[in-house]
Design a protein around this ligand. Structure first.
Ligand code: DO4
Ligand code: MG
Length: 281
């Protein structure tokens, strides 16, 4: 099967294959993701249907976050940069060594992030908490997993985080991570046969008043853990009747003097997947 992208839009589910767009006969995202033979069904749709046009059609569509009843979970401290930043921010609270330990431990850090209700899609507004003074975006590769625990594909995600709240006490992590508008995902699900390339780049740019104030990138091969290891732990004692999404952790953390402001533009690009752009509301 060629590399394929799936888009959830206001007017249905669309498949991009070889630069052409096909409309899926499926109308429910939950059913679409959990079809018995997902790859074969997508392939058959792209082979047997007439294309409705080329990729430029997507410019006219309103893309939605690729989620319906899936839960979004997140892995933490999967890169040294995240470990070091967290140790630094929580050292006064005595929480520093927790991050070092979880980085090295067999059991990964996995936390519940959001449902569709707390998540936004491309070009929508992410939020910073009113009771937080230090806020950052976290650009992350996101695994799209069906109810049987199989990784179907990948999307881009932003794990918006309050560093002041998680730095005050690691037990405040759920409040630092999960609130309305705290997650962004999209623009599509990228499907490839086998795992995504280890050389995949994640890039993030932040613009304020149209001026670039942050830009950095990383390859996912810097990650300490494997995707299958994270999924195995997540599915150990949790079932997901509709499947789930799993953010795989950040390696890009702006310097300690950086905090997001309303109207900042966050641009996350991941090779093959595309661009997830959001502004801070
Ligand atoms: O342990 C706190 C959260 C870590 C996280 O979100 C990340 O490493 O991406
Ligand atoms: Mg994160």
């Amino acid at each position: 099967m060629p590399n394929v992208k799936i888009y959830k839009t206001l007017s249905g589910i669309f498949i991009e294959a070889d630069g052409k767009i096909y409309k899926s006969g499926q109308t429910s995202w939950d059913t679409f993701l959990n079809q018995e033979d997902f790859y074969q069904s997508v392939k058959t749709e792209a082979e047997n249907k007439r294309s409705i046009g080329d990729v430029h059609l997507l410019d006219e569509m309103i893309l939605q976050a690729p989620i319906q009843n899936q839960e979004i979970w997140a892995a933490g401290v999967t890169y040294t940069r995240s470990r070091d930043a967290r140790m630094e921010e929580s050292k006064d609270a005595g929480g520093g060594s927790f991050y070092d330990k979880v980085y090295a431990a067999v059991r990964p850090e996995l936390f519940f992030k959001a449902t569709a209700h707390r998540c936004v899609g491309p070009d929508e507004k992410v939020r910073i908490r009113k009771d937080s003074s230090w806020n950052v975006p976290e650009p992350e590769l996101v695994l799209v997993i069906n109810r049987r625990g199989h990784i179907l594909g990948y999307t881009a995600g932003n794990d918006m985080s309050s560093r002041s709240i998680e730095g005050e006490n690691p037990l405040y992590l759920p409040q630092a991570k999960s609130y309305d508008g705290s997650a962004a995902i999209g623009p599509c699900i990228y499907i490839c046969q086998g795992p995504i390339s280890a050389e995949t780049n994640i890039r993030m740019q932040i613009k304020r008043n149209n001026e670039l104030i942050y830009s950095d990138s990383v390859q996912i091969n810097k990650m300490k853990r494997s995707h299958t290891e994270l999924v195995e732990f997540l599915f150990r004692e949790c079932s997901f009747p509709f499947g789930c999404l799993l953010m795989t952790g950040t390696c890009l953390v702006p310097g300690n003097d950086f905090t997001l402001q309303p109207e900042d533009e966050i641009i996350i690009q991941i090779d093959q997947i595309g661009t997830l752009r959001n502004t801070v509301g």
